[in-house]
Design a protein around this ligand. Structure first.
Ligand SMILES: Nc1ncnc2c1ncn2[C@@H]1O[C@H](COP(=O)(O)OP(=O)(O)O)[C@@H](O)[C@H]1O
Ligand SMILES: [Mg+2]
Length: 255
């Protein structure tokens, strides 16, 4: 099960986190191979979001370590992790409500390039940033929405735009916490289809509660229960795992 270290994009070793007496990460050992599409599943309160927060540096662990491409990043601030290639999504509504999609992603690209300060003075000097932003939007099938104001985009497209903003940081690893949350069921498959189809160089870890989506797009599934890894394996292994069915999946018929 353990892949050679050179193939590992992101890993955690013996990660521990408590909130008071509540243990939310208990000896978490994860190794995400480069290019993987890993799903993190588990009941509400299992510690999934906390784990992503630990990985991105929004929270610091009480013990253990996190490495990105073999480098220890455990003590780094979120922004330093982003610069090293670790990205997550944020809700755009609060970030760029009045910009159109192309402007928002161009600003994020310019920010990465360290030229965002001049952004408003001379847009033409940012041709390359604009081109890169349009390319990112096209990869997410948002090319035809690029001049729409972000807050007026349909909800599913806003979720994709959040992913576009994360891609503007040129991540090696992208962490997605329920990227299709709030999106009508029929559209959530489309979002994952676009995301799972991104470059093979990009390593993905996503939290998702819709098991249809998880089993369709994940190459590997980690089941978290009560802050600990309860099971992990291929979709076939997880769907036939008796403990997982009992503890988490219950008797849902579609799994
Ligand atoms: N900042 C916090 N302070 C105290 N308890 C927290 C905090 N964040 C999350 N929790 C608790 O930690 C547990 C795990 O939460 P979370 O990681 O959000 O679970 P999940 O994403 O799997 O639903 C929950 O019981 C939650 O109430
Ligand atoms: Mg959560």
């Amino acid at each position: 099960m353990t892949a050679p270290t050179g193939n590992i994009a992101l890993s955690t070793r013996r990660l521990e986190k408590r909130f008071g007496s509540l243990v939310v990460a208990n000896d978490i050992n994860i190794a995400l191979p480069k290019g993987a599409r890993y799903a993190l599943i588990g009941p509400n309160g299992a510690g999934k979001t906390t784990l992503i927060n630990l990985m991105t540096g929004m929270l610091f662990p009480d013990g253990g370590e996190i490495t990105l491409e073999g480098e220890d990043i455990t003590a780094l601030e979120p922004q330093s992790r982003v610069r090293r290639g670790l990205a997550r999504t944020f809700q755009i509504n609060t970030l760029f409500p009045g910009l159109n999609a192309l402007e928002a992603v161009t600003l994020a690209v310019a920010e990465r390039r360290g030229i965002a300060g001049e952004f408003w003075r001379n847009l033409s000097a940012h041709r390359e940033s604009v081109d890169e932003a349009y390319d990112i939007l096209s990869r997410l099938k948002l090319g035809d929405s690029c001049y729409r104001i972000t807050r007026e985009l349909p909800y599913g497209r806003q979720r994709l735009l959040e992913i576009a903003l994360a891609l503007a940081t040129k991540p090696k690893v992208l962490l997605l916490d329920e990227p299709a949350a709030g999106v009508p069921h029929e559209e959530s498959g489309e979002i994952f289809e676009v995301v799972a189809g991104l470059s093979d160089d990009l390593t993905l870890l996503f939290i998702e509660h819709d098991m249809h989506v998880v089993f369709r797009f994940a190459t590997h599934i980690i089941v978290l229960v009560g802050g600990a890894i309860f099971a992990e394996g291929s979709p076939a292994e997880i769907s036939s795992h008796p403990g997982v069915r009992e503890v988490y999946l219950g008797n849902r018929k579609h799994v």
